[in-house]
Write a protein that binds this ligand. Structure first.
Ligand SMILES: *Cc1c(COP(=O)(O)O)cnc(C)c1O
Length: 407
Protein backbone atom coordinates (compact mmCIF):
# COMPACT_ATOMS: atom_id res chain seq x y z
CA UNK A 1 0.00 0.00 0.00
CA UNK A 2 1.34 3.45 -0.84
CA UNK A 3 1.93 5.80 2.08
CA UNK A 4 -0.69 8.49 2.68
CA UNK A 5 0.69 12.00 2.17
CA UNK A 6 0.83 14.09 5.34
CA UNK A 7 -1.03 17.36 5.18
CA UNK A 8 -0.79 20.75 6.91
CA UNK A 9 -2.96 23.86 6.82
CA UNK A 10 -0.09 25.71 5.13
CA UNK A 11 -0.62 23.55 2.04
CA UNK A 12 -3.99 25.21 1.50
CA UNK A 13 -2.32 28.40 0.37
CA UNK A 14 -0.06 26.48 -2.00
CA UNK A 15 -2.60 24.33 -3.77
CA UNK A 16 -6.07 25.84 -3.33
CA UNK A 17 -7.85 28.74 -4.97
CA UNK A 18 -7.96 31.45 -2.28
CA UNK A 19 -11.74 31.95 -2.22
CA UNK A 20 -11.94 30.53 1.33
CA UNK A 21 -9.95 31.42 4.40
CA UNK A 22 -10.27 28.24 6.48
CA UNK A 23 -9.42 27.97 10.18
CA UNK A 24 -5.93 26.98 11.23
CA UNK A 25 -6.96 23.54 12.44
CA UNK A 26 -7.77 20.56 10.23
CA UNK A 27 -10.50 18.30 11.63
CA UNK A 28 -9.95 14.63 10.87
CA UNK A 29 -12.73 12.78 12.68
CA UNK A 30 -16.23 13.36 14.02
CA UNK A 31 -18.73 11.42 16.10
CA UNK A 32 -22.10 12.83 17.08
CA UNK A 33 -21.54 16.47 17.99
CA UNK A 34 -17.83 16.09 18.71
CA UNK A 35 -15.00 16.65 16.24
CA UNK A 36 -11.24 16.03 16.63
CA UNK A 37 -8.43 17.78 14.79
CA UNK A 38 -5.02 16.49 13.62
CA UNK A 39 -3.55 17.06 17.08
CA UNK A 40 -6.35 15.16 18.79
CA UNK A 41 -7.97 18.33 20.19
CA UNK A 42 -11.70 17.97 20.69
CA UNK A 43 -14.37 20.43 19.61
CA UNK A 44 -18.08 20.52 20.34
CA UNK A 45 -19.91 21.28 17.13
CA UNK A 46 -22.64 23.93 17.35
CA UNK A 47 -22.21 24.71 13.63
CA UNK A 48 -23.14 21.37 12.07
CA UNK A 49 -21.14 22.12 8.94
CA UNK A 50 -23.29 25.24 8.33
CA UNK A 51 -26.69 23.70 9.11
CA UNK A 52 -25.89 20.50 7.23
CA UNK A 53 -24.96 17.74 9.69
CA UNK A 54 -28.47 17.38 11.11
CA UNK A 55 -27.72 14.02 12.74
CA UNK A 56 -24.20 14.93 13.81
CA UNK A 57 -21.12 13.22 12.44
CA UNK A 58 -21.07 9.61 11.25
CA UNK A 59 -24.57 8.78 12.50
CA UNK A 60 -24.93 4.97 12.32
CA UNK A 61 -28.07 5.17 10.15
CA UNK A 62 -26.21 7.28 7.60
CA UNK A 63 -23.07 5.16 7.66
CA UNK A 64 -25.18 2.04 7.16
CA UNK A 65 -27.15 3.53 4.24
CA UNK A 66 -23.99 4.80 2.57
CA UNK A 67 -21.98 1.60 2.89
CA UNK A 68 -24.90 -0.61 1.84
CA UNK A 69 -25.47 1.49 -1.26
CA UNK A 70 -21.72 1.74 -1.88
CA UNK A 71 -21.65 -2.02 -2.29
CA UNK A 72 -24.59 -2.02 -4.70
CA UNK A 73 -24.52 0.82 -7.22
CA UNK A 74 -22.95 4.27 -7.30
CA UNK A 75 -24.01 5.98 -10.47
CA UNK A 76 -25.83 5.60 -13.75
CA UNK A 77 -26.87 9.18 -14.60
CA UNK A 78 -30.41 10.18 -15.50
CA UNK A 79 -30.47 8.07 -18.64
CA UNK A 80 -31.96 5.67 -16.11
CA UNK A 81 -33.73 6.17 -12.83
CA UNK A 82 -32.82 4.37 -9.62
CA UNK A 83 -34.47 2.90 -6.55
CA UNK A 84 -33.09 5.23 -3.84
CA UNK A 85 -34.11 8.34 -5.83
CA UNK A 86 -37.66 7.11 -6.32
CA UNK A 87 -38.01 6.07 -2.69
CA UNK A 88 -36.75 9.43 -1.47
CA UNK A 89 -38.97 11.35 -3.90
CA UNK A 90 -42.01 9.34 -2.77
CA UNK A 91 -41.27 10.12 0.87
CA UNK A 92 -40.82 13.84 0.14
CA UNK A 93 -44.07 13.95 -1.80
CA UNK A 94 -45.95 12.09 0.94
CA UNK A 95 -44.58 14.43 3.64
CA UNK A 96 -45.16 17.80 1.93
CA UNK A 97 -47.49 19.87 -0.26
CA UNK A 98 -45.46 18.78 -3.26
CA UNK A 99 -46.40 16.29 -5.97
CA UNK A 100 -43.17 16.29 -7.98
CA UNK A 101 -39.44 16.32 -7.15
CA UNK A 102 -36.31 17.33 -9.06
CA UNK A 103 -32.96 16.30 -7.58
CA UNK A 104 -29.81 18.41 -7.69
CA UNK A 105 -26.51 18.37 -5.82
CA UNK A 106 -26.65 21.58 -3.82
CA UNK A 107 -28.87 24.38 -2.65
CA UNK A 108 -27.79 26.71 -5.42
CA UNK A 109 -28.64 24.10 -8.03
CA UNK A 110 -32.05 23.45 -6.50
CA UNK A 111 -32.70 27.21 -6.61
CA UNK A 112 -31.37 27.47 -10.16
CA UNK A 113 -33.90 24.80 -11.14
CA UNK A 114 -36.69 26.62 -9.28
CA UNK A 115 -35.94 29.93 -11.03
CA UNK A 116 -35.65 28.34 -14.46
CA UNK A 117 -38.91 26.46 -13.87
CA UNK A 118 -40.67 29.67 -12.80
CA UNK A 119 -39.52 31.45 -15.97
CA UNK A 120 -40.68 28.53 -18.12
CA UNK A 121 -44.01 28.36 -16.39
CA UNK A 122 -44.55 32.08 -16.85
CA UNK A 123 -43.52 32.07 -20.49
CA UNK A 124 -45.75 29.15 -21.39
CA UNK A 125 -48.74 30.11 -19.25
CA UNK A 126 -48.66 33.90 -19.56
CA UNK A 127 -46.22 35.00 -22.28
CA UNK A 128 -42.92 36.83 -22.60
CA UNK A 129 -43.82 39.89 -20.56
CA UNK A 130 -44.07 37.93 -17.34
CA UNK A 131 -40.46 37.43 -16.33
CA UNK A 132 -39.72 39.66 -13.36
CA UNK A 133 -38.25 37.86 -10.33
CA UNK A 134 -38.49 39.60 -6.98
CA UNK A 135 -36.37 38.71 -3.97
CA UNK A 136 -35.26 40.34 -0.73
CA UNK A 137 -32.37 42.42 0.52
CA UNK A 138 -29.96 40.28 2.54
CA UNK A 139 -31.50 37.10 1.15
CA UNK A 140 -29.15 34.30 0.19
CA UNK A 141 -29.86 31.72 -2.50
CA UNK A 142 -26.49 30.30 -3.53
CA UNK A 143 -23.53 31.16 -5.72
CA UNK A 144 -24.40 30.29 -9.29
CA UNK A 145 -24.63 33.50 -11.30
CA UNK A 146 -28.44 33.41 -11.48
CA UNK A 147 -28.98 32.52 -7.79
CA UNK A 148 -26.35 34.92 -6.47
CA UNK A 149 -27.96 37.72 -8.48
CA UNK A 150 -31.36 36.86 -7.02
CA UNK A 151 -29.69 36.93 -3.59
CA UNK A 152 -29.86 40.30 -1.89
CA UNK A 153 -26.17 41.02 -1.30
CA UNK A 154 -24.78 42.79 -4.38
CA UNK A 155 -21.24 42.38 -2.99
CA UNK A 156 -21.52 38.67 -3.86
CA UNK A 157 -22.68 39.20 -7.46
CA UNK A 158 -20.66 42.31 -8.39
CA UNK A 159 -17.48 42.01 -10.40
CA UNK A 160 -18.42 39.17 -12.73
CA UNK A 161 -19.65 41.11 -15.72
CA UNK A 162 -23.25 41.51 -16.92
CA UNK A 163 -25.79 40.00 -14.56
CA UNK A 164 -28.92 38.03 -15.46
CA UNK A 165 -31.72 40.58 -15.85
CA UNK A 166 -35.30 40.93 -14.71
CA UNK A 167 -34.46 40.68 -11.03
CA UNK A 168 -35.31 43.19 -8.33
CA UNK A 169 -35.03 43.36 -4.55
CA UNK A 170 -37.27 44.69 -1.82
CA UNK A 171 -37.20 44.88 1.95
CA UNK A 172 -37.76 41.72 4.03
CA UNK A 173 -40.66 41.89 6.51
CA UNK A 174 -42.01 44.98 4.71
CA UNK A 175 -45.09 44.10 2.68
CA UNK A 176 -45.51 47.64 1.31
CA UNK A 177 -42.10 47.51 -0.33
CA UNK A 178 -43.09 44.27 -2.10
CA UNK A 179 -46.53 45.53 -3.03
CA UNK A 180 -44.97 48.58 -4.66
CA UNK A 181 -43.05 46.53 -7.24
CA UNK A 182 -45.41 43.60 -7.87
CA UNK A 183 -47.36 43.62 -11.13
CA UNK A 184 -48.70 41.34 -13.83
CA UNK A 185 -45.07 41.17 -15.03
CA UNK A 186 -43.99 39.44 -11.84
CA UNK A 187 -43.11 35.83 -12.56
CA UNK A 188 -42.00 34.71 -9.10
CA UNK A 189 -41.10 35.83 -5.61
CA UNK A 190 -38.20 33.97 -4.00
CA UNK A 191 -37.90 34.14 -0.23
CA UNK A 192 -36.35 32.40 2.76
CA UNK A 193 -39.12 32.03 5.38
CA UNK A 194 -36.37 32.75 7.89
CA UNK A 195 -33.30 34.52 6.52
CA UNK A 196 -30.25 32.51 7.54
CA UNK A 197 -27.07 34.07 6.13
CA UNK A 198 -28.73 37.48 6.32
CA UNK A 199 -28.66 37.47 10.13
CA UNK A 200 -31.14 34.78 11.31
CA UNK A 201 -34.24 36.91 10.78
CA UNK A 202 -37.63 35.15 10.88
CA UNK A 203 -40.24 36.27 8.39
CA UNK A 204 -43.24 37.48 10.37
CA UNK A 205 -46.40 35.41 9.92
CA UNK A 206 -48.43 38.36 8.68
CA UNK A 207 -45.70 39.31 6.23
CA UNK A 208 -45.41 35.80 4.78
CA UNK A 209 -49.18 35.63 4.40
CA UNK A 210 -49.05 39.02 2.68
CA UNK A 211 -46.41 37.71 0.25
CA UNK A 212 -48.66 34.74 -0.56
CA UNK A 213 -51.65 37.03 -1.11
CA UNK A 214 -49.69 39.31 -3.45
CA UNK A 215 -48.46 36.32 -5.45
CA UNK A 216 -52.03 35.09 -5.79
CA UNK A 217 -53.30 38.53 -6.80
CA UNK A 218 -50.63 38.93 -9.50
CA UNK A 219 -50.50 35.32 -10.66
CA UNK A 220 -46.90 34.90 -9.57
CA UNK A 221 -45.24 31.80 -8.15
CA UNK A 222 -44.08 31.79 -4.55
CA UNK A 223 -40.73 30.06 -4.12
CA UNK A 224 -39.67 29.19 -0.58
CA UNK A 225 -35.94 28.69 -0.29
CA UNK A 226 -35.80 26.21 2.59
CA UNK A 227 -32.22 25.16 1.93
CA UNK A 228 -31.27 26.24 5.45
CA UNK A 229 -34.63 26.12 7.27
CA UNK A 230 -35.69 22.75 5.91
CA UNK A 231 -35.45 19.11 6.94
CA UNK A 232 -36.30 19.52 10.60
CA UNK A 233 -34.07 22.51 11.31
CA UNK A 234 -36.89 24.68 12.71
CA UNK A 235 -38.84 21.91 14.42
CA UNK A 236 -41.10 20.82 11.56
CA UNK A 237 -39.95 18.97 8.45
CA UNK A 238 -40.24 22.29 6.57
CA UNK A 239 -40.63 25.75 8.04
CA UNK A 240 -43.67 26.59 5.88
CA UNK A 241 -45.66 24.10 7.97
CA UNK A 242 -45.41 26.50 10.92
CA UNK A 243 -46.85 29.36 8.87
CA UNK A 244 -50.26 29.83 7.26
CA UNK A 245 -48.57 29.76 3.85
CA UNK A 246 -47.99 27.00 1.30
CA UNK A 247 -45.46 27.83 -1.43
CA UNK A 248 -45.69 26.80 -5.09
CA UNK A 249 -42.08 25.69 -5.24
CA UNK A 250 -39.81 24.74 -2.34
CA UNK A 251 -36.09 24.13 -2.44
CA UNK A 252 -34.19 22.02 0.06
CA UNK A 253 -30.55 20.99 0.51
CA UNK A 254 -28.09 21.32 3.42
CA UNK A 255 -29.66 19.02 6.09
CA UNK A 256 -31.36 17.00 3.33
CA UNK A 257 -28.18 14.93 2.92
CA UNK A 258 -26.96 15.20 6.50
CA UNK A 259 -23.47 15.77 5.08
CA UNK A 260 -23.76 14.08 1.68
CA UNK A 261 -24.22 16.57 -1.19
CA UNK A 262 -27.81 16.64 -2.42
CA UNK A 263 -30.45 19.24 -3.14
CA UNK A 264 -34.03 19.05 -4.31
CA UNK A 265 -36.78 21.19 -5.75
CA UNK A 266 -40.34 20.31 -4.81
CA UNK A 267 -43.44 21.54 -6.60
CA UNK A 268 -46.92 20.69 -7.80
CA UNK A 269 -47.74 18.50 -10.77
CA UNK A 270 -49.20 21.41 -12.76
CA UNK A 271 -46.09 23.59 -12.40
CA UNK A 272 -43.67 20.70 -12.82
CA UNK A 273 -45.26 19.91 -16.19
CA UNK A 274 -43.33 22.86 -17.65
CA UNK A 275 -39.96 21.14 -17.19
CA UNK A 276 -40.47 18.86 -20.16
CA UNK A 277 -37.81 16.34 -21.25
CA UNK A 278 -34.64 18.17 -22.24
CA UNK A 279 -35.43 21.50 -20.57
CA UNK A 280 -33.16 20.99 -17.56
CA UNK A 281 -30.91 18.37 -16.05
CA UNK A 282 -27.87 17.30 -14.06
CA UNK A 283 -25.36 14.49 -14.41
CA UNK A 284 -25.28 13.69 -10.71
CA UNK A 285 -28.77 14.81 -9.65
CA UNK A 286 -30.59 11.92 -7.99
CA UNK A 287 -27.36 9.97 -7.54
CA UNK A 288 -28.09 6.65 -5.73
CA UNK A 289 -25.54 7.21 -2.96
CA UNK A 290 -26.88 10.69 -2.15
CA UNK A 291 -30.50 9.55 -2.24
CA UNK A 292 -29.85 6.47 -0.11
CA UNK A 293 -28.20 8.60 2.57
CA UNK A 294 -30.93 11.24 2.39
CA UNK A 295 -33.64 8.60 2.75
CA UNK A 296 -31.93 7.29 5.89
CA UNK A 297 -31.68 10.82 7.27
CA UNK A 298 -35.34 11.45 6.55
CA UNK A 299 -36.40 8.23 8.30
CA UNK A 300 -34.77 9.57 11.47
CA UNK A 301 -35.55 13.28 11.18
CA UNK A 302 -39.18 13.09 10.09
CA UNK A 303 -40.40 11.56 13.35
CA UNK A 304 -42.32 13.25 16.16
CA UNK A 305 -39.51 12.46 18.64
CA UNK A 306 -36.80 14.23 16.65
CA UNK A 307 -38.96 17.17 15.56
CA UNK A 308 -40.30 17.68 19.09
CA UNK A 309 -36.72 17.26 20.34
CA UNK A 310 -35.66 20.23 18.22
CA UNK A 311 -38.08 22.46 20.16
CA UNK A 312 -36.75 21.13 23.44
CA UNK A 313 -33.15 21.74 22.39
CA UNK A 314 -34.07 25.24 21.22
CA UNK A 315 -35.12 25.98 24.80
CA UNK A 316 -31.88 24.52 26.21
CA UNK A 317 -29.90 26.75 23.85
CA UNK A 318 -31.97 29.82 24.68
CA UNK A 319 -31.64 29.20 28.43
CA UNK A 320 -27.86 28.75 28.21
CA UNK A 321 -27.40 31.83 26.03
CA UNK A 322 -29.56 33.88 28.40
CA UNK A 323 -27.38 32.79 31.31
CA UNK A 324 -24.21 33.82 29.49
CA UNK A 325 -25.82 37.13 28.62
CA UNK A 326 -26.91 37.78 32.23
CA UNK A 327 -23.27 37.54 33.20
CA UNK A 328 -21.53 39.31 30.31
CA UNK A 329 -24.17 41.50 28.60
CA UNK A 330 -23.11 40.89 25.01
CA UNK A 331 -26.37 40.06 23.17
CA UNK A 332 -29.25 42.38 22.33
CA UNK A 333 -31.53 39.44 21.48
CA UNK A 334 -31.60 35.74 20.64
CA UNK A 335 -33.82 35.04 17.65
CA UNK A 336 -34.65 32.31 15.16
CA UNK A 337 -36.62 29.11 15.32
CA UNK A 338 -35.77 25.58 16.41
CA UNK A 339 -32.07 24.92 15.97
CA UNK A 340 -31.46 27.86 13.66
CA UNK A 341 -30.68 30.46 16.29
CA UNK A 342 -28.95 33.81 16.12
CA UNK A 343 -27.53 35.77 19.05
CA UNK A 344 -27.37 39.38 17.91
CA UNK A 345 -24.47 41.29 19.50
CA UNK A 346 -25.34 44.51 21.30
CA UNK A 347 -23.89 47.90 20.30
CA UNK A 348 -20.72 47.43 22.30
CA UNK A 349 -19.75 44.32 20.29
CA UNK A 350 -21.19 45.26 16.89
CA UNK A 351 -18.98 44.07 14.03
CA UNK A 352 -17.09 41.67 16.30
CA UNK A 353 -18.89 38.36 15.60
CA UNK A 354 -15.71 36.86 14.16
CA UNK A 355 -13.85 37.48 17.41
CA UNK A 356 -16.35 35.27 19.24
CA UNK A 357 -16.08 32.55 16.61
CA UNK A 358 -12.27 32.56 16.85
CA UNK A 359 -12.30 32.57 20.65
CA UNK A 360 -14.85 29.74 20.55
CA UNK A 361 -12.59 27.57 18.40
CA UNK A 362 -9.72 28.25 20.80
CA UNK A 363 -11.91 27.09 23.69
CA UNK A 364 -13.07 23.99 21.80
CA UNK A 365 -16.50 24.95 20.50
CA UNK A 366 -17.44 25.51 16.87
CA UNK A 367 -20.01 28.22 16.17
CA UNK A 368 -20.96 30.24 13.10
CA UNK A 369 -21.60 33.87 12.35
CA UNK A 370 -24.33 35.41 10.18
CA UNK A 371 -22.83 38.69 9.04
CA UNK A 372 -20.60 40.67 11.38
CA UNK A 373 -23.09 41.20 14.20
CA UNK A 374 -24.73 37.83 14.81
CA UNK A 375 -23.48 34.53 16.29
CA UNK A 376 -25.30 31.64 14.61
CA UNK A 377 -26.04 28.21 16.05
CA UNK A 378 -27.08 25.33 13.79
CA UNK A 379 -26.11 22.17 15.66
CA UNK A 380 -27.17 18.57 15.11
CA UNK A 381 -30.90 18.14 15.63
CA UNK A 382 -30.14 15.28 18.03
CA UNK A 383 -27.34 16.94 20.01
CA UNK A 384 -27.33 15.72 23.62
CA UNK A 385 -28.00 17.81 26.70
CA UNK A 386 -24.45 17.06 27.90
CA UNK A 387 -22.93 18.29 24.64
CA UNK A 388 -24.98 21.47 24.85
CA UNK A 389 -24.02 22.12 28.49
CA UNK A 390 -20.31 21.45 27.91
CA UNK A 391 -20.29 23.41 24.65
CA UNK A 392 -21.96 26.36 26.40
CA UNK A 393 -19.38 26.23 29.21
CA UNK A 394 -16.70 26.56 26.54
CA UNK A 395 -18.62 29.33 24.80
CA UNK A 396 -18.88 31.18 28.09
CA UNK A 397 -15.08 31.10 28.41
CA UNK A 398 -14.81 32.39 24.86
CA UNK A 399 -17.25 35.21 25.59
CA UNK A 400 -15.29 36.08 28.75
CA UNK A 401 -12.13 36.37 26.64
CA UNK A 402 -13.71 38.67 24.09
CA UNK A 403 -15.24 40.78 26.85
CA UNK A 404 -11.88 41.04 28.64
CA UNK A 405 -10.14 42.02 25.40
CA UNK A 406 -12.66 44.81 24.88
CA UNK A 407 -12.73 46.09 28.48
C1 LIG B 1 -26.69 27.58 1.92
C2 LIG B 1 -27.84 28.18 1.22
C3 LIG B 1 -27.96 28.12 -0.18
C4 LIG B 1 -26.87 27.57 -1.07
O1 LIG B 1 -26.68 26.20 -0.90
P1 LIG B 1 -25.36 25.52 -1.54
O2 LIG B 1 -25.55 24.07 -1.22
O3 LIG B 1 -24.18 26.15 -0.88
O4 LIG B 1 -25.39 25.80 -2.99
C5 LIG B 1 -29.11 28.61 -0.76
N1 LIG B 1 -30.09 29.14 -0.01
C6 LIG B 1 -30.01 29.22 1.34
C7 LIG B 1 -31.15 29.79 2.11
C8 LIG B 1 -28.88 28.75 1.99
O5 LIG B 1 -28.78 28.86 3.31
Amino acid sequence: MSEVMSVTRAMFDDVMVPNYNPANIIPVRGEGSRVWDQDGREYIDFAGGIAVSCLGHCHPAMVRALTEQANKLWHLSNVMTNEPALRLAKKLVDATFAERVYFANSGAEANEAALKLARRWALEEHGEEKQEIIAFHKGFHGRTFFTVTVGGQPAYSDGFGPKPGGISHVEFNNIESLEAVMSSRTCAVMIEPLQGEGGVVPGEDKFLQGVRDLCDRHNALLIFDEVQTGFGRTGSLYAYEQTSVVPDILTTAKALGGGFPIGAMLTTQAIAAHLKPGTHGSTYGGNPLACAVSEAVMDVVNTPEVLQGVKEREQWFRDALAKINDKYDVFSEVRGRGLLLGAALNDKYKGKARDFLTAGAEEGVMILVAGMDVLRFTPSLVISDTDIQQGMARLEKAVARVVAANA
